[in-house]
Structures are given as structure tokens and as C-alpha cells.
Design a binder for this molecule. Structure first.
Ligand SMILES: NC(=O)C1=CN([C@@H]2O[C@H](COP(=O)(O)OP(=O)(O)OC[C@H]3O[C@@H](n4cnc5c(N)ncnc54)[C@H](OP(=O)(O)O)[C@@H]3O)[C@@H](O)[C@H]2O)C=CC1
Ligand SMILES: CC(C)(CO)C(=O)C(=O)O
Length: 260
């Protein structure tokens, strides 16, 4: 099996920058952001700072050149998804592996429908505390990518993508049932992100405020009920699993409210 020699990221936000830093370290110029003409120049010109270290990235426009990277990591917000499909269609081909780190349980199906020739893997990004302010990204923990195939089988594309993430130093796991893990992540977002939006609380408060923790757990318990109705066996133990992960996140000023 060939190893991945070219990779693109769509979305130079908190997660896109976090992953691109590692991917560019591995692939150099064969790693680039995908963008249309409205963002291309600024992506190329901007000097980003990642944990105070200056860094520049490459960017290419798939509407103007044939790219066909072997892997595309999609890291936009859910409400951007529809508008990036033309870029993805132009950039991808039959040998392209797509990984979407969007929160929620629907982006992979949307991508599969829009890009039937490519292979869409199922993924969730978990446990990072990355915050982007202007061109500056800061984080204290990088988290990990949970990765699987639609069938949950260890397909060639899954193995290839996993080996690539490993080679870039991007922590990842291939759980037995990726669909369950997507619901687990969705449960976390429902418990934390909305409450954070309403209260302004960051992880620090979620770690120690009993009232906030109670509301968070109640929202997660409701999500477990919805998951069960969908045939996904999330349990209270998954809430405990989240409590352990929450304890590892940097608490200072972090507001995970805008992630969904
Ligand atoms: N941040 C985190 O810690 C985590 C985030 N996630 C998920 O990852 C995804 C990304 O989150 P995050 O990085 O925080 O989001 P950001 O808002 O920081 O980044 C999204 C990026 O997408 C870019 N974008 C939007 N439309 C286009 C387009 N048409 N072409 C090119 N780029 C475009 C935006 O550019 P512009 O600003 O120019 O519009 C922005 O840079 C979300 O879906 C979120 O749910 C999952 C786990 C953790
Ligand atoms: C688990 C959590 C809340 C921590 O970064 C996250 O990954 C997100 O904000 O989506």
C-alpha cells in the first residue's frame, strides 16, 4: 500500500491550523489549504502564530488547477458545509480520502452524497482546547481523531489514513464502532456547547461548578435517550468517560460554545 504523499485541509480555523501544522511538517509544499479566490491570497500572505511560534502555510485553488490530493481533511463549521462542496468536488477524485472533523452526526453522509467517487471516512475530533483569535492559535492539549469506515471494517483507505495521521504525529484511534463514537462526541457537544453559549462558561467552570455540571449531565442524559431511539447504545458510563476527559482540558478563558 502506498503512503499518502499529498494532503489538503479545507478550513484554516482552530482545527484546520492545528492539523495543518503537523501535516505541513511531514509533507512540506505537498500540504496546502484549499480555498477559492476570495480567501486564497490572505491564506498565503498571513503569518499565523501557533502557541506563539510564527508559521506560514501553502494554499491552492482547486477551481483554477488540477489538484487531486490523496487526502482532504474538512475542518469548516457545519453551516459552511454546503458552500464548500464545489471546492471539494473540484479538488477530489476517485483516489481521494476525505476526513471530516465537523461535530455532529451528519457531515459524512452529506459528503458521501456529494462526492460519490471518493472515499469518505467517518471521524470525530475530541479532547483539544484549541482557541483561534485572529491569526493566532493557542492550545494546551491537541486531543485526538477518532476514525473509522462506514462499515466499521478496517478498509484499505482507513489503514492508509491512520498510517498517515500516525506519521504526522496526529493522535488517533480507530474504535470498534465509529458511529457510536460520533454520537458520544455529539452527546458532549450537546451537554457543553449550548450551555457554554448561554452561560459564557469555559471548561474551568464546567470542571468545578456543581450547578453547571448538573445541567450538562442532564442535557447529555437526554441525548442518550435520543441515541437509544436511533439504536445507538450510549449509556451513563459515557457521561463518566466525558467527565474524565473534561478534567484534562485547559480551563482558562476557554469557551467551547461555537463549535457545533
Ligand atoms: N475547535 C475545536 O476545538 C473543535 C472543533 N470541531 C469541529 O471542527 C470544525 C471546525 O471548527 P473550528 O476550527 O473551531 O472552526 P473555525 O470557525 O475556527 O474555522 C472554520 C474555518 O473554515 C473557513 N471556511 C469557511 N468557509 C470556507 C470556504 N468556503 N472556503 C475555505 N474556508 C472556509 C473559515 O474561514 P473564514 O474565517 O475566512 O470564514 C474558518 O477559517 C467545526 O465543525 C467544529 O464542530 C470539533 C472538535 C473540536
Ligand atoms: C470535547 C470538546 C468539547 C473539547 O475540545 C470538543 O472537542 C469540542 O469543543 O468539540
Amino acid at each position: 500500500m502506498n503512503t499518502i504523499q499529498s494532503a489538503a485541509v479545507l478550513g484554516a480555523g482552530a482545527l484546520g491550523l492545528l492539523y495543518m501544522q503537523s501535516i505541513q511538517n511531514k509533507l512540506g509544499e505537498s500540504a496546502y489549504f484549499l480555498a477559492g479566490s476570495e480567501r486564497l491570497e490572505s491564506l498565503i500572505k498571513t503569518e499565523y502564530k501557533i502557541n506563539s511560534q510564527s508559521i506560514r502555510f501553502h494554499a491552492r485553488n482547486p477551481l483554477q488547477e488540477d489538484l487531486n490530493p490523496e487526502l482532504i481533511l474538512v475542518a469548516v463549521k457545519n453551516h459552511h458545509l454546503e458552500s464548500i462542496l464545489p471546492l471539494l468536488k473540484a479538488a477530489s477524485g476517485p483516489s481521494t480520502i476525505i476526513i471530516s472533523v465537523l461535530n455532529g452526526i451528519s457531515s459524512e453522509r452529506i459528503l458521501e452524497e456529494a462526492l460519490p467517487a471518493s472515499t469518505v471516512l467517518y471521524a470525530a475530533a475530541l479532547g483539544m482546547d484549541a482557541v483561534k483569535t485572529g491569526p493566532d492559535l493557542t492550545f494546551s492539549v491537541k486531543g485526538k481523531v477518532l476514525l473509522g469506515s462506514r462499515s466499521n471494517n478496517k478498509t484499505e483507505e482507513l489503514t492508509k489514513a491512520k498510517e498517515f495521521l500516525d506519521s504526522c504525529g496526529i493522535m488517533n484511534e480507530t474504535p470498534q464502532d465509529i458511529h457510536r463514537e460520533l454520537w458520544y462526541k455529539w452527546m458532549i457537544n450537546i451537554g457543553v456547547n449550548q450551555l457554554s453559549a448561554v452561560t459564557g462558561a469555559g471548561y474551568g467552570l464546567f470542571q468545578k461548578d456543581p450547578f453547571l455540571r448538573k445541567m450538562m449531565d442532564e442535557a447529555m442524559t437526554e441525548t442518550i435517550e435520543v441515541a437509544k431511539a436511533e439504536g445507538v447504545d450510549l449509556t451513563e458510563a459515557d457521561i463518566k468517560r466525558w467527565h474524565s476527559l473534561l478534567a484534562t482540558l485547559g480551563g482558562k478563558g476557554k469557551r467551547p460554545c461555537s463549535r457545533i
